[in-house]
Design a protein around this ligand. Structure first.
Ligand code: HEC
Length: 158
């Protein structure tokens, strides 16, 4: 019974997710005012072609560069990346992915802490553009929705 409620809850949550534009995705699309301003009707973020394109590009980039150490919803070699765009702004994420060692060396408090927490294992530097890194973040956000639905089931069961 509780499980059934949980599943219904998860499904409801998921459909809400598609209807609403999550704040983090809004933040991302704010970065492209030219394209956003021409949208007269507010389409759901996930249905917008440029958003789908960003997610698809980010999916491929994530699998090619990040997946050996990261998963969105699980700790692998590095931390689970779900919620990262809420924990850190793009202005931190872009330089971090390009060269995390430099961010740690700059004394950035968050970077020093996460580096220490993961046994001072340095992430490789990536020659990716800011746009490509934003696409990876869009992909991560698209995968977070699934995690939230599953977490909803677990929370209801507890
Ligand atoms: C060889 C393993 C490895 C690869 C490949 C890797 N990372 Fe990491 N990443 C780590 C580790 C380990 C940490 C924890 C911090 C540290 O030790 O520097 C981390 C931390 C992070 C963080 C901070 C997470 C948080 O919760 O604050 C982000 C964001 C991140 N990585 C993004 C990426 C992205 C995007 C890619 C692919 C372009 C990538 N990483 C590829 C190992 C890796």
């Amino acid at each position: 019974m509780v499980l059934v409620l949980g599943v219904i809850g998860a499904v409801l949550y998921r459909s809400l997710d598609w209807l609403q534009t999550p704040p983090a995705q809004l933040a991302l699309s704010n970065e492209v005012p030219a394209a956003a301003a021409t949208d007269t009707l507010p389409a759901p973020a996930a249905a917008r072609p440029e958003q789908l394109k960003a997610i698809a590009a980010g999916d491929a980039l994530f699998k090619g560069n990040c997946a050996q150490c990261h998963a969105v919803n699980d700790v692998v070699v590095g931390p689970a990346l779900a919620g990262i765009t809420k924990r850190r702004p793009l202005s931190w994420l872009v330089p971090w992915v390009k060269n995390s060692g430099k961010v740690v060396a700059s004394g950035d408090e968050y970077a020093v802490k996460i580096f220490a927490q993961f046994q001072k294992q340095q992430m490789p530097s990536f020659q990716l553009s800011a746009r490509q890194i934003e696409d990876i973040m869009a992909y991560i956000e698209s995968e977070e929705g699934r995690a939230t639905a599953v977490a909803g089931v677990v929370a209801l069961r507890d």
